[in-house]
Design a protein around this ligand. Structure first.
Ligand code: AR6
Length: 173
């Protein structure tokens, strides 16, 4: 069955999906941008889960992802994915951003998540060029194979107008 792809403009902390994805950093202990917004809106249970994960496995590597409760958010889970910092394409940024999306989707399947919402990972503070990041995000989810047919809908949540326009233009084609 095909996965439905949706693009919306808005604040991901308000999205009623089974899981929302956080653009986290390797510390998993919060930050600014969407990470700050998720921890603020979701409350202390999210940070507590992150701390437990830190105690068990240490930091989260770039391109990897971990899952916690959604705390007070409408979403049941938060998947914390760590995207790469843009360094002019010299540090495997494309592969690492692809992995951040793929590992998030794999965690979704493992947790029976049917609807998952992504922010535009790495395109804020981490300065990944927005158009390239959108192409990577869309190609990665389009080529992702969910043989168990668990994921029903993937929502791209764009916060800024520029990303929203870019996503709509790519998906129109
Ligand atoms: N809902 C949806 N998208 C948002 C929201 C929101 N509430 N707030 C911002 N965005 P960024 P990064 C968009 O900087 O580039 C943090 O400090 C924003 O417009 O949040 O991956 C972490 O702890 C942009 O398009 O994440 C890391 O240290 C996108 O989310 C670092 O920033 C990602 O921007 C990660 O940097």
């Amino acid at each position: 069955m095909d996965i439905i792809l949706t693009v919306i403009k808005g604040d991901i902390t308000k999205v009623e999906a089974d899981a929302i994805v956080n653009a986290a950093n390797t510390s998993l202990l919060g930050g600014s941008g969407v990470d700050g917004a998720i921890h603020r809106a979701g409350g202390k249970d999210i940070l507590e889960d992150c701390q437990k994960i830190r105690n068990k496995q240490g930091k989260c590597k770039i391109g990897e992802a971990v899952i916690t409760t959604g705390g007070n958010l409408p979403a049941k889970f938060v998947i914390h994915a760590v995207g790469p910092v843009w360094s002019n394409g010299t540090k495997n940024e494309t592969e690492l951003l692809t992995s951040a999306y793929t590992n998030s989707l794999n965690l979704a399947i493992q947790n029976n998540i049917e609807t998952i919402a992504f922010p535009n990972i790495s395109t804020g503070i981490y300065k990944f060029p927005k158009k390239e990041a959108a192409i990577i995000a869309i190609n990665t989810v389009n080529s992702f194979e969910d043989n168990l047919n668990i994921i029903k809908e993937i929502i791209f949540v764009c916060y800024d107008d520029e990303n929203y326009t870019i996503y709509n233009n790519i998906l129109k084609k």
